[in-house]
Design a protein. Structure first.
Length: 218
């Protein structure tokens, strides 16, 4: 594949940045002790890394470890955004606050692809989300956040989680990209941690897994 990229680059006068291009190994068992081969791009050797930040999301060969770190980062970001909104729009109308909340807090980046091993990390994000609602709309901790969300047309954390999972699930299911189709076929056959995360959020316990698989593969 790199030979194809090099050939394409030479034909179209394109130069790939070998410094920003890295290699990562995803392996288990005996494969994890194998030495890394020398991979070149434009006659430059590429570095091998355990993780890489791409478009604000950490991609790593230990998915669970980096997902948990990502959750801690998102929890901090939610509180920073809520404090910013409170300082600038403290006396704003409730409808304006709802719009601002949905815009700045109501979409948690990459939440749909998290695969937490422990619920404690996900609960940190949930607590931060609920605290943002309390802080922005000025009601005390003893008041139910779920009741407030229902009465005011705001997505609760669990509803937001299902919405983002379904959106990602649906886009992958409808994709015609060859690589995406290969990945989703693997996910369906092996039912990996991400598939389990989507399944737990979108379907009840009694729902047949084959229903979801059929949806993905159609």
């Amino acid at each position: 594949m790199l030979d194809v990229a090099n050939h394409y680059a030479s034909e179209h006068n394109i130069t790939f940045n070998a410094i920003k291009t890295v290699c990562m190994r995803f392996s288990v068992g005996k494969d994890s002790v194998l030495s890394d081969p020398n991979v070149t791009l434009n006659n430059n050797s590429l570095s091998w890394v355990d993780s890489y930040k791409y478009l604000g999301f950490i991609i790593g060969n230990n998915i669970i470890k980096f997902d948990e770190a990502e959750m801690c980062v998102r929890a901090r970001e939610l509180r920073i955004r809520a404090n910013m909104l409170c300082s600038r729009f403290r006396e704003a109308d409730k409808n304006i606050k709802k719009y601002l909340f949905q815009t700045y807090v109501g979409s948690i980046y990459c939440m749909s692809v998290w695969t937490p091993k422990s619920e404690s990390y996900l609960n940190k994000v949930k607590v931060a989300y609920n605290d943002c609602i309390r802080l922005l709309f000025k009601f005390k901790r003893g008041v139910s956040v779920s009741t407030f969300c229902i009465n005011n047309g705001i997505l609760s954390f669990k509803e937001l989680q299902r919405k983002l999972c379904f959106s990602m699930f649906n886009r992958i299911g409808q994709s015609h990209n060859l690589l995406v189709n290969m990945i989703k076929t693997y996910m369906y056959r092996n039912r990996d941690s991400l598939m389990n995360y989507w399944y737990d959020n979108l379907y009840s316990v009694n729902t047949s897994f084959s229903m979801m698989g059929g949806f993905l593969l159609n």
